[in-house]
Write a protein that binds this ligand. Structure first.
Ligand SMILES: [Fe+2]
Ligand SMILES: [Fe+2]
Length: 215
């Protein structure tokens, strides 16, 4: 249900909590846009290659859980209605990414991360905090986060087994979308974050990528 400017903070909090539970259950099929991997034939993968690809896609799945949490947290506290609406549109696109990663994890006979509730909570809190400071900071936070996501997706393209064309197609499409999200957040007035803040964010992102590869 889209948030309206007339909804009270409590109403929006309840709506966002409902979205959180749906996201963690991977039951919120908001857009239903088909995975870019859908029409690609499965490549030949050894057991170790399959495991490695699954581990990378688990990291990406958690990244998408975090992205939805971030956007939903921001839409809760964003002050200008157009900023709130823009965040919700982006969150819907992230929902496609989440489902593509989830589908791919299942095809690789693997599972999503047990740490998702933890990272969802952290990202939701950071998004809400950024939104509470100002829309400029909130949009800047989106841009900085999307920038980091692009960097790790590029690394994953290098690390994926050469024959895993399905995972590659998903990551390539996500990379294109995340770069666009970054650009629109900056164009909407997002502030450029100083290096120390970006360094702190990249440490947090490293903790996420290193742990969810295994758990
Ligand atoms: Fe995404
Ligand atoms: Fe994004």
């Amino acid at each position: 249900m889209p948030s309206s400017p007339h909804l009270s903070f409590i109403d929006r909090f309840i709506t966002e909590s409902d979205k959180a539970l749906r996201t963690l259950a991977t039951g919120d099929k908001a857009s239903g846009k088909a995975s870019p991997a859908r029409t690609i034939t499965e490549g030949e993968l050894s057991d170790s290659e399959r495991q490695h690809a699954a581990n990378l896609m688990r990291v990406n799945h958690t990244g998408e859980v975090c992205a939805q949490a971030l956007y939903q947290g921001q839409s809760l506290t964003a002050k200008l209605p157009h900023v709130r609406e823009e965040m919700e549109v982006a969150a819907k696109e992230e929902s496609d990414h989440l489902h593509w990663c989830d589908e791919r994890l299942k095809q690789l006979n693997s599972h999503s991360s047990a740490l998702n509730p933890l990272f969802y909570g952290l990202s939701f809190g950071m998004g809400a905090l950024a939104g509470a400071v100002s829309d400029k900071v909130s949009l800047g936070f989106v841009a900085a986060t999307e920038d980091q996501v692009c960097q790790h997706l590029e690394k994953h393209l290098d690390q994926l087994p050469a024959s895993d064309h399905k995972s590659r197609a998903i990551i390539e499409q996500m990379l294109e979308d995340e770069a666009r999200h970054k650009q629109s957040a900056l164009e909407a007035g997002g502030s450029h974050f100083p290096s120390p803040v970006r360094f702190g964010m990249s440490l947090m992102s490293k903790v996420m990528t290193k742990t969810t590869y295994f758990i």
